[in-house]
Design a protein around this ligand. Structure first.
Ligand code: F6R
Length: 609
């Protein structure tokens, strides 16, 4: 993970550079730093903690202008989040500065070799080894030193480097970690991700794997690792500059929970017209879609839970065999995908390393790749044969909320589209389901109106030391997602389980100190759920039930209940359950005074493997 931000061009204020870095803070926020230069003036400052801290430390310098800079926000891999381990790292000899995103796998070998040559190290990082390796090759040309060093580096790395002896030049490297260049009349910006440069540049150059960019005297040159010059392809930046503001909400997470009805309405406006689902922009022909043999879906974290919900719906309505796995497992399995199979990768950021690796593996086996993604221009979208854009807009809170329901919604729509093409769902049935989907934003608003009630319930539950989330069928993944939301922002141990599995082990946990959140809308598995809950009650577990109104059976023994509207097609209930569980997790974390938008140890975009 980690965010790299760099600049080379006419003078710009330090505050502008730090703002750019701050737009990458979702990639990591445990420490940060800057090295900047202008006409003999040199600045280097680092600290543990967030960029606001760095801004405070640099208060007196914010108006100063610099023509060259490297900045970094870190998510610790090697070494604790201390000032010494923060980037930029300076080489022991030759005054070279570098920022790094990724993992240098052979850093210990290299470190020992460099130590043998008299190099000394101040940090525990793999990154400091890389900058010293570059220094060991430096003979007056920073790009030549970089070309030599990358031959010895193993692992994933995006680097940005400059030498104090050549203060007119910044060199960037991409190898399995993203890096792009923003082009503006002022100069060139280097960044790990597009959002950092959107307000600053109109065009971007996306570095490809194993490429080196040299920004020198207002020129841009790109080379492959064999030092062969390659064509510079500038592309117009199409995404809008949407400033991230909380707009009256206490946290981005709460704002994003509240945005969900609007996001789903936007998805309806984009992908449906007069009762027809329109995915005609897909670069997958109808005859191909009709002939799909198997569908493989892969994703990580919350996006994986969206994939799990989709499996239930897709296999039921398209009759296609569906396989779902987390990307970090999928990519190492000996799976056999072939031409007639569709591979779907789901990701909010489009930069998740494991999902990208799984996608590349499937592509190698000739499967068609469809990505479902929230960031246009992301690596995932660029690598896919076709994509469905989830119109959630920038998601700033680290815990995914609106991107999840947008993924679910698009997956429901795509499933119905596919089922219609295959003829496994009648036009009448599809219309009825579409009608129901179009009412989901309205139903979600009803749940949002219960925020106060949910936060009062959360207060009662926030002292519980452990939570189990239970669901069945299409709401089993909702249980997984509810547990993930709670643990990542409140740090309370929580586990999602299929309710029917309780008696095979987890019921041993239940006593009056355990909280059990039961997702039990009135669907075909409702009676089974009711029995499971009675088993919990008999063992004095504290039950919070997520149920439809007037569910007297469960209400008679649940300790607390949150109501979700009853749908004609309960298969869509995960879209409602998610909102209730997000509000619950948010309220518990708020009660505990946790840092909701940027929970400890996490980052928004996981670009390490
Ligand atoms: C949890 C969360 C993560 C992400 C996961 C995948 O709230 O946000 O679990 O879902 O890291 O990220 P993307 O969707 O960007 O691939």
């Amino acid at each position: 993970m980690c965010g790299i931000f760099g600049y080379k061009g006419k003078k710009v204020k330090l505050s502008c550079l730090l703002d750019g870095l701050q737009r990458l803070e979702y990639r990591g926020y445990d420490s940060c730093g800057v090295a900047a230069y202008n006409a003999g003036n040199f600045l280097c400052k680092k600290n543990s903690g967030k960029i606001t801290q760095l801004k405070t430390n640099l208060k007196a310098n914010l108006g100063n202008q610099y023509s060259l800079a490297l900045l970094h926000t870190r998510w610790a891999t090697h070494g604790q989040p201390t000032k010494a381990n923060a980037h930029p790292h300076k080489s022991f000899k030759k005054n070279i500065y570098m920022v790094h995103n990724g993992i240098i796998e052979n850093y210990l070998d290299l470190k020992n070799k460099l130590k043998g040559k008299g190099y000394k190290f101040k940090s525990d990082t793999d990154s400091e080894v890389a900058v010293n390796l570059i220094a060991s090759h430096y003979r007056g040309s920073i790009e030549k030193a970089v070309f030599s060093a990358v031959k010895e580096l193993k692992g994933s790395f995006a680097l940005a480097v400059f030498s104090e002896s050549e203060p007119d030049k910044v060199v960037g490297v991409r190898n399995k970690s993203p890096l792009l260049v923003g082009v503006s009349p002022q100069g060139y910006f280097l960044a790990s991700d597009l959002p950092a440069i959107v307000p600053l540049a109109k065009e971007a150059v996306y570095l490809k794997e194993k490429q080196v960019v040299v920004l020198d005297s207002n020129k841009i040159n790109i080379y492959d690792f064999q030092q062969k010059k390659v064509k510079v392809n500038k592309e117009k930046i199409k995404i809008k500059n949407e400033e991230a503001k909380k707009k009256g909400f206490k946290h981005f997470m709460l704002k994003e929970i509240y945005q969900q009805p609007k996001v789903l309405q936007d998805a309806l406006n984009i992908y449906t017209k007069k009762n027809q689902i329109n995915f005609n922009q897909l670069k997958l022909s109808k005859s191909y879609l009709k002939g799909i043999k198997n569908i493989f879906i892969t994703a990580c974290g919350t996006a994986f839970h969206a994939a799990c919900v989709a499996k239930y719906f897709l296999e039921r309505h398209t009759k296609i065999k569906i396989e779902v796995d987390t990307s970090s497992e999928f990519r190492y399995r000996d799976f056999n995908v072939d031409k007639g199979d569709l591979f779907i990768a789901i990701s909010q950021s489009g930069e998740t390393a494991d999902t990208l690796a799984a996608l590349k593996k499937a592509k190698k086996q000739k499967a068609k790749v469809l990505s479902i993604c929230n960031v246009l221009g992301s690596s995932l979208v660029r690598e896919s044969d076709s994509f469905i854009y989830t119109p959630a807009g920038p998601e700033i809170g680290v815990a995914s909320t609106k991107a999840y329901t947008a993924q679910l919604f698009c997956l429901y729509l795509f499933s119905l589209y596919l089922a219609t093409i295959k003829g496994t769902v009648s036009g009448r049935e599809k219309n009825k389901m579409l009608e129901e989907l179009s009412r989901v934003p309205f139903h979600q608003r009803k749940i949002l109106k219960q925020t106060r009630k949910i936060s009062a319930i959360a207060k009662k539950f926030s002292k519980m030391g452990c939570f189990l989330f239970l669901g069945r069928g299409i709401n089993f993944p909702s249980a997984l997602e509810g547990a993930l939301k709670l643990k990542e922002i409140s740090y309370i141990p929580a586990e999602g389980y299929p309710a029917g599995e309780m008696k095979h082990g987890p019921i041993a946990l239940i006593d009056e100190y355990r909280a059990v959140v039961c997702i039990a809308p009135m669907d075909s598995l409702h009676e089974k759920m009711t029995s499971n809950l009675q088993e919990i009650k008999a063992r004095k577990g504290k039950i919070l039930a997520i149920i439809n109104p007037a569910d007297k059976a469960i209400l008679s023994f649940a300790d607390q209940a949150v109501y979700i509207p009853k749908l004609k097609f309960q298969e869509f209930s995960p879209l409602l359950v998610a909102v209730a569980l997000q509000l619950f997790a948010y309220s518990v974390a708020k009660n505990l005074g946790a840092e909701i938008d940027q929970p400890r140890n996490l980052a928004k975009s996981v670009t390490v493997e």
